[in-house]
Ligand binder design. Structure first.
Ligand SMILES: [Zn+2]
Ligand SMILES: [Zn+2]
Length: 232
C-alpha cells in the first residue's frame, strides 16, 4: 500500500467555520512542511453526503458523514465513541475505488471506546496509515480568545496527521514516551508530544508557533516513513 495517496476530509454538520478553517490549515501546513503536497493532496468534502444517502429516514451505509458518525453512537451518553468509526473507515468500499486517508472532524465530544479507562474524553484518535477523527468540542469550551482555540485545534490536527503518517514508531525506543496514552509519543519540543489535558495543548501550541512544529527526528523520520515505510 502506497503512503502517497490523497487525504479526504469530511466534517460533521455544524462544525463552526473557525474550526473548519483551522483543521484545513493544520492538514495543508503538514503536507507543505513535509514537501509532500503533490503526492498527498488534501480534498475537503465538507459535510459529505452522496445522492440517496438517506432512505426512508435511515442512513445508508457509507454514503454520508452522518452514517460514519452514527457508528460511534449508543455506547456513551453525550459522546461519540471513536473506535467503531475507525473500523468503519477500515472496511469501507471507497478504499477499493481509490486508496486514501480519511479525516473526520466533529463538534461533538469524543471517547476512545473499548476498554479504555481513566479517560473522560479525547481530542483526536488515529488509525495509522488510514484515518483520523478529531473534535473541536473541548477547545470550543476553553476560556481564551477564539484565535487561540482555533490554533489549539490546528495543533491537534497536525499531531493526528503525524500519527496518520506513522509517528512515532515503536522502534524509536530512546527519547520516546512509550507508556503514553495512545502509543509512543515524542519527548522533544515537538507537536508529537502527548497531552491529555486541554491546557497541555495550549503549551504545545505556543511551542509550535515559536519553533518548528516537528522536532528534527520526527520531521526527518516521518518523511522517511512516507517514502520507505520504515524508519531506521
Ligand atoms: Zn498522539
Ligand atoms: Zn518529535
Amino acid at each position: 500500500m502506497s503512503h502517497f495517496k490523497p487525504i479526504y476530509v469530511v466534517f460533521q454538520e455544524g462544525v463552526p467555520n473557525v474550526y473548519v478553517q483551522a483543521a484545513m490549515r493544520g492538514m495543508t501546513s503538514v503536507v507543505n512542511l513535509l514537501g509532500v503536497r503533490s503526492g498527498i493532496p488534501v480534498h475537503n468534502f465538507g459535510v459529505w453526503r452522496e445522492p440517496g444517502w438517506r432512505q426512508m429516514g435511515s442512513l445508508v451505509s457509507e454514503m454520508s458523514v452522518d452514517w460514519y458518525i452514527q457508528q460511534g453512537r449508543g455506547q456513551r451518553r453525550n459522546q461519540i465513541v471513536i473506535e467503531p468509526i475507525l473500523q468503519a473507515f477500515a472496511q469501507e468500499v471507497w478504499q477499493q475505488h481509490q486508496p486514501h486517508y480519511d479525516v473526520l472532524v466533529l463538534h461533538e465530544d469524543l471517547h476512545p471506546g473499548g476498554g479504555v479507562k481513566g479517560v473522560n474524553f479525547i481530542l483526536g484518535c488515529t488509525f495509522r496509515g488510514l484515518a483520523s477523527v478529531v473534535s473541536c468540542h473541548q477547545f470550543a469550551r476553553m476560556e481564551v480568545d477564539e484565535s487561540v482555540r482555533a490554533a489549539c485545534m490546528e495543533t491537534t490536527v497536525m499531531h493526528e496527521i503525524g500519527h496518520l503518517f506513522g509517528l512515532c514508531p515503536k522502534t524509536w525506543v530512546d527519547a520516546m514516551d512509550q507508556e503514553a496514552f495512545g502509543g509512543p509519543h515524542c519527548t522533544n519540543r515537538c507537536i508529537m508530544r502527548q497531552r491529555v489535558a486541554v491546557d497541555g495543548w495550549l503549551e504545545l501550541t505556543r511551542d509550535r508557533l515559536e519553533h518548528p512544529p516537528f522536532c528534527q527526528r520526527c520531521y526527518v523520520g516521518v518523511q522517511q516513513l512516507l517514502l520507505e515505510g520504515e524508519v531506521s
